[in-house]
Design a binder for this molecule. Structure first.
Ligand SMILES: Cc1cc2nc3c(=O)[nH]c(=O)nc-3n(C[C@H](O)[C@H](O)[C@H](O)COP(=O)(O)OP(=O)(O)OC[C@H]3O[C@@H](n4cnc5c(N)ncnc54)[C@H](O)[C@@H]3O)c2cc1C
Length: 378
């Protein structure tokens, strides 16, 4: 058993823990990141890398505008190529109600300066040559959205933590959190080590609820299973992330630089729990849905499939901020968008922890909110 002390302890070595740890360390705090398995072992290593500001919640749009600006500069910040590429996002509408909801969302997004338009089926086909336009009424198109590599970003942040004199502990499963009165003082891991700090951040993704229980706090994050696949690499023919919100729709993008298509869909009904087994249904359905949108993919072979968790909050928005336990913070419940939120929420949480407030007020994401402002573009 060993005892070590720091200024801040981060529980979880996914994108949220890595980015929060990095920006705290950059602000001069001695940071320990404790990860029970290895970096990206949770949802982050299973995500498809999409990054967008097309949301409906004002705060999410503002956070994502900040995040996208940070992604644009991340190679320099992290001293590594994170494979940021602004290929855009195209949300397709196949019925009037979806078209109208996209148009309403565009009005909100434009208030914050987002360059986004509702484009015609012809224009959609210009953005995506070969797109099947059967039943298509148009799409919400934002060319400044994009993609990056989740592994490179997360490992880049963790290397940065070390550059700023922090430490990353793998195989360090937090089992106990010790309080002195109402204040957090230390955490203990399964292998008997104790780490003390006046600040502890719960960045345990789909398992944030279990970490909350260690201090008697209810953090309403529930995981559900999402599956994904990657195809062989082929000549580049798709720029944006294509999003088809029909109940039997899907999302996919062609990775810049490698030429692989990577995509996923939200199952109906959802599959609750943190199971990550892959299903026959997905590997049969997903290629059919991709080929329906882009018939020229019919001859492209699937290489792998896998599953991971979306870590859902009750309203589909993040849970970020202080808790009733002094020094114990939460940044979780990313509801399937944690990779893209990572840079901005990492920086804003670090600002909140070190100064008591953040330059974008995160109050609407606080744990004790009413959960009434649901995100419509989930
Ligand atoms: C198929 C799929 C596609 C997705 N596509 C996108 C996308 O295109 N864009 C996007 O932005 N998001 C996407 N997401 C969502 C994204 O992956 C998550 O929102 C994000 O990775 C959450 O990051 P996190 O750091 O909160 O959680 P995680 O990455 O899960 O990290 C939490 C970490 O905490 C560790 N941990 C848990 N308990 C303990 C403990 N007791 N002690 C120590 N460590 C512990 C875990 O091992 C894990 O590594 C997708 C997800 C899936 C499954």
């Amino acid at each position: 058993m060993s005892r070590k002390s720091a200024d801040a302890i981060i529980i979880g070595g996914g994108i949220i823990g890595a980015a929060t740890g990095y920006y705290l360390a950059k602000r001069g705090l001695k940071v320990f990141v404790l990860e029970r398995k290895f970096p990206c072992a949770g949802s982050t290593g299973r995500c498809i890398g999409g990054i967008r500001a097309q949301f409906t919640h004002d705060l999410t749009i503002r956070v994502m505008l900040k995040s996208i600006k940070m992604f644009q500069e991340l190679d320099e910040e992290l001293e590594t190529d994170v494979e940021w590429y602004a290929g855009g996002y195209l949300f397709l509408a196949f019925d009037e109600s979806k078209a109208n909801s996209f148009k309403q969302a565009i009005e909100i997004q434009r208030r914050y300066g987002l360059k986004v338009d509702f484009i015609s089926p012809d224009e959609c086909c210009q953005v995506v040559p070969g797109l099947n336009r059967e039943g298509l009424l148009g799409g919400a198109w934002c060319p400044t959205d994009g993609q990056a590599n989740p592994f490179k970003v997360t490992y880049g942040y963790l290397e940065g933590v070390k550059r700023f004199k922090g430490q990353v502990f793998v195989g360090a499963e937090v089992k106990k959190i010790n309080l002195a009165g109402t204040r957090v003082v230390s955490v203990e891991t399964a292998n008997g080590d104790e780490f003390s700090a006046p600040v502890v951040v719960n960045a345990a993704g789909p398992w944030a609820c279990e970490i909350g229980k260690l201090v008697g706090i209810d953090i309403p994050v529930k995981p559900d299973r999402h599956e994904a696949l990657v195809t062989e690499a082929v000549e580049r023919c798709l720029e944006p992330m294509l999003v088809d919100y029909r109940p039997d729709g899907c999302y996919f993008v062609q990775h810049y630089g490698t030429g692989h298509f990577i995509g996923c869909y939200t199952p109906v009904p959802i599959v609750p729990g943190d199971r990550v087994d892959a299903s026959d249904e997905f590997i049969t359905e997903m290629p059919r849905r991709m080929v329906r949108l882009l018939p020229k993919l019919a001859s492209v072979k699937v290489l792998r499939q896998w599953a991971g968790s979306y870590e859902m909050s009750p309203d589909g928005n993040p849970i970020c901020g202080k808790t009733s336990v002094e020094g114990f913070y939460v940044s979780a419940g990313m509801s399937g968008h944690g990779f893209m939120f990572g840079p901005a929420l990492g920086d804003l949480m670090a600002e909140l922890i070190t100064t008591g407030k953040s330059s974008i007020d995160l109050a609407e994401f606080r744990l004790d909110r009413q959960w009434t402002k649901a995100e419509a573009m989930k």
